[in-house]
Design a protein around this ligand. Structure first.
Ligand code: TXA
Ligand code: MG
Length: 351
């Protein structure tokens, strides 16, 4: 795999980004960092290239891709006229981790990108290498997260290679991504409603304070009885799952510690390898084969940043049973609990 080095000097980096942009123009697949997770990019207009994304990821073809742009001038060619509310949100949050689902202009992108829907999800990532790559390629760039379908999204170039080495033409290595969870995907069902299809880097609270008069429609993450058909096709698939059996424990910290330690004591009588995902404040409270920390409980954005790497680490250490402490669904906590609940196949224990 051709690879742009993380620590390359600025001028060398610029030359390498130019090479990566040329690959995209030629219909090749190039992974690149964004502020959320690594993306697997292809020219959104090139059906053969986009087909390559679905193949490399093993992704179901009914799950549409997000189109990445570097400049608002690219919008007119991609989307049909959209509500004023969308413009306000773009002004407030772009570049940034907000994907807005808009009516698609027929023929603007490969039909594989939209999976046959009449809409297209568009975002402008807040990462200098991503913006430079998109700008220099001259393409709208279709990019899902650069993991094999079902695995945790990549927050390091090494995660991308772990999943996709040999299946892609290049990778731009920008070191660890910032947010660590994917963008928030929204649709605008009417001029005053923001419906969150996937919680992510821009929180419901941020959306509300940017547009105080709007109604924000956001489903709870750890809700066990979500029966409504998912509107964002991607949300129905098992995702982010480690190989081991993962359970989320929700409740007062003291109760969570007591419950998890009981389970660990029980597992000690078996050959099963155990793991706990907790916060710095309680990392010393457990006796397990592998204890990983989200970071401090006082800074939930650290947990977002660290979650996927932790899930991958449980896999690489062969951990078979994992208990993860849950957290409040405020702020970035909603996205965190959404991903965790999916990773756990909604196995949630309330203590
Ligand atoms: O942060 C991110 O969004 C990352 C980086 C690389 O930009 N990308 C990402 O893409 O997470 P992906 O493909 O892993 O997730 C895209 C999500 C899926 O849940 C998909 O169903 C939804 O966006 N989506 C895309 N287009 C849509 C549309 N037209 N209508 C509804 N949902 C859509
Ligand atoms: Mg993904």
């Amino acid at each position: 795999v051709w690879r742009v080095a993380e620590a390359a000097p600025a001028d060398a980096m610029a030359g390498q980004l130019e090479e990566a942009a040329a690959l995209l123009r030629e219909g090749e697949l190039v992974a690149f960092p964004t502020e959320t997770v690594y993306g697997l990019g292809a020219d959104a207009r090139n059906t053969k290239a986009v087909e390559g994304i679905f193949k490399a990821k093993g992704r179901p073809s009914d799950n549409p891709l997000i189109v990445h742009i570097a400049d608002e001038n690219q919008l007119a060619e991609l989307a049909l006229p959209y509500p004023e509310l969308a413009t306000r949100l773009m002004k407030e949050f772009w570049p940034g981790p907000l994907t807005i689902v808009l009516p698609v202009r027929t023929g603007a992108v490969s039909p594989l990108v939209t999976a046959g829907l009449a809409t297209v999800g568009i975002r402008m990532p807040d990462h200098p290498a991503a913006l430079a790559l998109i700008r220099q390629s001259g393409c709208p760039v279709a990019a899902p997260s650069a993991n094999r379908s079902g695995r945790p999204s990549p927050t390091l170039a090494a995660h991308v290679l772990e999943d996709l080495e040999g299946k892609i033409s290049g990778i731009v290595d920008g070191g660890a991504t910032g947010v660590g969870l994917e963008s928030t995907v929204i649709e605008l069902p009417d001029s005053n409603t923001i419906r969150i299809l996937r919680p992510g880097g821009i929180t419901a609270e941020q959306l509300q304070s940017a547009v105080p008069e709007a109604v924000i429609d956001a489903p709870a993450a750890a809700n066990p009885d979500v029966t409504e058909a998912p509107r964002s096709p991607g949300m129905k698939y098992t995702h982010y799952a480690p190989k081991g059996d993962l359970r989320i424990v929700l409740g007062e910290p003291a109760n969570a510690v007591r419950y998890i330690q009981e389970q660990l004591n029980h597992a000690k009588t078996t050959p099963v390898k155990t793991g706990v995902l907790t916060f710095d404040e309680r990392a010393a409270a457990y006796d397990a084969d592998l204890i990983l920390s989200y970071g401090s409980e006082l800074h939930p954005e650290q947990a977002a940043h660290n979650l996927y790497a932790a899930l991958r680490r449980f896999d690489s250490e062969g951990v078979q049973r994992i208990w993860a402490e849950g957290c409040s669904e405020e702020g970035i906590g909603l996205a965190l609990m959404n991903r965790l609940a999916k990773a756990a196949g909604h196995q949630i224990v309330r203590v």
